[in-house]
Design a protein around this ligand. Structure first.
Ligand code: ADP
Ligand code: MG
Length: 499
């Protein structure tokens, strides 16, 4: 069947479309597109503003947010301020005080360098700057739109430093605004960002609050110790479950490949997802391969605590880091990245193994029974390579053994010969003593009761009885199940339905 239409010169002319004409975009469109990349969401604006404050040597940075940053982002600092003469070009694209020639990028120490952030904010929001410089009696306030001042700066009262206010973010980007309507989501991201900043920059105090709220959601004070700031920001439950970590690699005595110091969680820290706070040369960045490498170690070492908390600060020679690979500077590219990831992974592995091997369990001090050779005042060190078990094949190894006093539950409690289950092998004797204790008036002589007991004894599963008799109590798995061990098997016993 032939479905093709007959060829005609007119049909061919219609099929081949004219190439569209190329024209130059208006500058305002170019700027808005570029701004949309630098300021992807409210949290990116906060990050840029806070980094500017850090670059201005601030020791106190306060952030106020309304509607997840869409209505208002206000960042105030006590830094060196902005000169009056610089205000006219402050928000133009590519105006910066931090970089003059391309080569400076190789050794850049400041967070900013492109002179794009403030400009970008003026293309997608309304920016107002209030600033005062040292030695001046008053400050200036000025608002910006599309890179330029809306009017001359006005003299105003001001406290030390700079306050930058961004209002109505993305007012001219309808689609972006719509996708960001769930404002609580971005506020969470902002709180998260400031928490991370706060634990790294321990000499700066940070606060972050919702507009009108009395309480700040992040409130850090400048402290001398990293652990103190982690405790203030992330809480005691995180800070008390961390181990300190260091790693480094040197080429020779004079040059280094990298240095890393940080804190990672131990097996007591349990979370639903990994928190990785990573700074490379003081820049907050992400590094997926490093995160994965550390997670692998946790999954293998602490299967139940496989989602760690990680704080790491990596320092490299500045010329080994390319900071200019991402529009929001979220990622950096590192020379020797594979080697660095590998070294850090081994350092984490070693640290976790050490902390696992030397875990110390303190038991309640109980009076030791004279019959038991076990000394309860001694700490119990769990060492997986215990010499005592060396001759046993690996698959037959038991961590606790009911024949070993240390593994026996009753070794932990003071035994009273007449009431202890373990003291009398005769099950019915124990039962009657328990029954008598429960209800002294009850007579055990009733034949119906005796028949019931005999029935239970007859139907008793000998294997199960052996397990119950010779098992060791490991601990409570949750509120309902106790974990018991019998030889090389583990059992979960529902202790709620037992009682
Ligand atoms: P960059 O940080 O890349 O230089 P920005 O657009 O973020 O570009 O800022 C432009 C300039 O404005 C900075 O170089 C700095 O001189 C000045 N500036 C911005 N924020 C502050 C601030 N909080 N305190 C002092 N100066 C600031
Ligand atoms: Mg900047």
């Amino acid at each position: 069947m032939d479905t093709e239409e007959a060829w005609t010169p007119e049909a061919e002319a219609a099929a081949v479309k004219e190439p569209p004409k190329i024209h130059r975009l208006e500058e305002s469109v170019v700027n808005r597109i570029a701004a949309g990349e630098v300021i992807q969401r409210p949290v990116s604006a906060v990050k840029e503003l806070v980094e500017n404050s850090l670059d201005a040597d601030a020791t106190s940075i306060n952030v106020v947010v309304k509607d997840g940053g869409l209505k208002l982002i206000q960042v105030s600092d006590d830094g060196h301020g902005i000169r009056y003469e610089d205000l006219p070009i402050l928000c133009e694209r590519h105006t910066t005080s931090k970089l003059s020639k391309y080569e400076d990028l190789q050794s850049i120490k400041s967070m900013g360098f492109r002179g794009e952030a403030l400009a970008s904010m003026t293309y997608v929001g309304h920016v107002t700057v209030t600033t005062i410089t040292k030695g001046h009696l008053h400050g200036y306030r000025v608002s910006y739109r599309d890179g330029v001042m809306e009017s001359e700066p006005k003299a105003c009262a001001a406290v030390k430093g700079t306050q930058i206010m961004v209002e109505n973010l993305f007012y001219n980007m309808i689609a972006r605004r719509k996708t960001l309507q769930n404002s609580s989501d971005d506020y969470t991201k902002i709180v998260d960002l400031l928490s991370r900043m706060a634990i790294h920059h321990t000499n700066v105090s940070f606060s972050c609050r919702k507009h009108g709220a009395a309480r700040a959601d992040v409130h850090s004070i400048a402290t001398s110790s990293r652990l103190d700031s982690i405790r203030t920001v992330y809480g005691v439950s995180v800070a008390s479950n961390l181990v300190q970590l260091e790693a480094s690699e040197y080429n020779d005595s004079s040059s280094f490949v990298f240095k890393m110091d940080g804190y990672v969680s131990n097996s007591n820290y349990v979370a639903k997802k990994t928190t990785m706070v990573l700074f490379v040369n003081d820049r907050l960045v992400e590094c997926a391969p490093l995160k994965r490498a550390v997670e692998i170690v946790y999954a293998a070492t602490f299967p139940k605590a496989s989602k760690p908390f990680i704080y790491m600060s990596i320092v490299l020679p500045p010329e080994h880091v390319d900071v200019n690979v991402h529009p929001t500077k979220r990622e950096v590219s590192l020379l020797n990245q594979e080697l660095i990831v590998e070294k850090i992974q081994s350092a984490v592995e070693l640290k976790l193994r050490q902390s696992n091997d030397s875990r110390t369990y303190k038991e309640q001090t109980v009076e030791s029974s004279p019959s038991s050779p076990y000394n309860p005042s001694k700490d119990l060190h769990l060492n997986p390579s215990g010499s005592k078990l060396q001759k046993v094949p690996v698959n037959k190894m038991v961590r606790t053994d009911s024949s070993d006093p240390a593994g026996r539950l009753h070794a932990y409690v003071q035994s009273k010969p007449h009431t202890s289950v373990a003291s009398g092998p005769n099950l019915s004797a124990v039962r009657s003593s328990v029954r008598q204790r429960r209800n002294l008036n009850e007579t055990a002589d009733l034949t119906s009761i005796q028949e019931l007991i005999d029935d239970v004894d007859r139907n008793c599963h000998s294997g199960l009885l052996d397990i119950v008799r010779h098992c060791s109590f490991i601990g409570m798995a949750d509120d309902v199940y106790a974990l018991l061990q019998h030889n090389t098997h583990m059992y979960l016993a529902n202790v709620v339905s037992l009682s």
